[in-house]
Design a protein around this ligand. Structure first.
Ligand SMILES: [Zn+2]
Ligand SMILES: [Zn+2]
Length: 183
């Protein structure tokens, strides 16, 4: 959903929608499960800078709820994770900081986002918030054994033969080669 200044100049925008799986790309390790519900509002915020300059910011307040599957950091099996949160963010027109004045970004403003001339895509905002909310590392269980680094077998579902096998086939190929090279 595109939020445009034109919309907001008329009146604040209220939204209540379901974002369907695959409409947001969270990267290869995260997949949305079922609809992600997002409800909230967008307002136009006039920021007065000095006597003449007025910057039109977009403020978005919303809450979201849904579910994702995240690949386990060790065995890559999908792990279900519930999403739920709210945000209240301010977006400035992209490029505004370059326009004149000696305005410098203070610490509290570093989290401010920017919107393009065409407007602000709500899905992009939600994507960012969802990614920020996720744990740094997800494991299917605390003692996940992970994958065998040699054959890729998921060691939670059973041991592989690597420990007992005499040698990696690549090494035996090399030793074959050596034996053939002997005079
Ligand atoms: Zn795992
Ligand atoms: Zn193995």
């Amino acid at each position: 959903m595109l939020i445009t200044l034109l919309d907001l100049e008329r009146e604040p925008l209220e939204f209540n929608l379901d974002i369907f799986p695959k409409s947001i790309d969270y990267g290869p390790e995260i997949e949305q499960e079922g609809p992600l519900h997002v409800a909230g509002r967008a307002d136009l915020l006039e920021e007065h800078r000095g006597a003449r300059q007025v910057v039109e910011d977009i403020r978005v307040q919303a809450e979201y709820a849904g579910k994702v599957k995240i690949a386990c950091a060790r065995c890559l099996e999908p792990v279900e994770h519930r999403l739920g949160g709210e945000f209240d963010l301010i977006f400035r027109p992209l490029g505004i900081e370059e326009i004149g004045d000696d305005h410098s970004i203070s610490a509290s403003e570093t989290e401010i986002g920017y919107y393009q001339k065409s407007g602000l895509v709500l899905e992009d905002v939600v994507r960012e918030q969802v990614l920020l909310s996720l744990p740094a590392r997800t494991l299917c269980r605390q003692d996940c054994k992970g994958l065998c680094p040699r054959c890729g077998q998921n060691l939670n579902t059973g041991a592989c033969a690597c420990d007992t096998a005499p040698a990696d086939p690549r090494w035996s190929a090399l030793s074959d080669l050596r034996s053939r090279m002997k005079p």
